[in-house]
Design a protein around this ligand. Structure first.
Ligand code: SF4
Ligand code: SF4
Length: 222
């Protein structure tokens, strides 16, 4: 599973950096490196572009996994270069940006847009397999998530637009419910197609969603 990102347009990065002349760049050695949006090569390219645009790049790094707690240790190594910068440009997903923001008392700016959490179905081919809805129905849908796979995010389907098994929104794509139907059929569980799923309970996905793991829960797992 990877966090899928893409680089923001350079014009937007310029707007974010307005009134800053000194920048430190941080990439991520995990998802953003694999996605080629914030690995060493992209960080070096960004450095060159910023310098051509008149910025002083005080330093750069590619943090092994920008979203995890070891980031604090990685940043410590670049303390002076970070101190000398007016802004930190982060070439990582939104988790990474927020992780750096926990430790730095200055402008921490995203250079990437975060799109979704992607399951690598085949090498280099990522699908949004789960939208973290808070009430999983995969047990009734042969392991295919209609919230993520259907263009309309329907729980009960197909919609009236499905045509010869294809989706009305994208005719290149199989209707999510055709795929669910076929898989349920193969599993001898077609009766589940008739099951009605009540509207999503938005309380289970109301924001902010926070999980606090109690010590007793941790003990139960060891
Ligand atoms: S139903 Fe879909 S979006 Fe919800 S938890 Fe299950 S896989 Fe994720
Ligand atoms: S055709 Fe199928 S996948 Fe497309 S929007 Fe309708 S139910 Fe969803």
């Amino acid at each position: 599973m990877k966090t899928i990102t893409r680089q923001k347009p350079y014009e937007e990065i310029m707007r974010l950096l307005e009134q800053k002349s000194r920048v430190f760049i941080a990439g991520c050695g995990t998802c953003a490196t694999i996605l080629q949006t914030g690995g060493l090569e992209q960080v070096m390219t960004m450095k060159d572009k910023l310098q051509e645009s008149g910025f002083l790049v005080t330093g750069l790094t590619v943090i092994p996994t920008a979203c995890d707690e070891m980031t604090a240790v990685s940043l410590e190594e670049y303390k002076d270069a970070i101190q000398g910068a007016g802004a930190i440009l982060v070439m990582a997903c939104g988790f990474g940006v927020q992780r750096l923001g926990l430790y730095l008392d200055k402008a921490v700016l995203p250079a990437l847009d975060t799109l979704f959490m992607g399951l690598e179905e085949q090498p280099g081919y990522y699908i949004e397999a789960c939208a973290q809805c808070g009430r999983c129905i995969l047990g009734y849908t042969a392991g295919i998530c209609p919230i993520a796979a259907c263009h309309k995010g329907l729980l009960n389907g197909p919609c009236g637009g499905t045509n010869k098994g294809k989706c009305e929104v994208d005719q290149e794509k199989d209707c999510a419910f055709t795929v669910i139907y076929n898989r349920l059929k193969n599993q001898g569980r077609l009766d589940l197609m008739k099951l009605y799923h009540p509207p999503r309970n938005s309380q289970v996905s109301s924001k902010p969603r926070i999980k606090i793991l109690e010590a007793e829960e941790v003990e139960q797992w060891v």
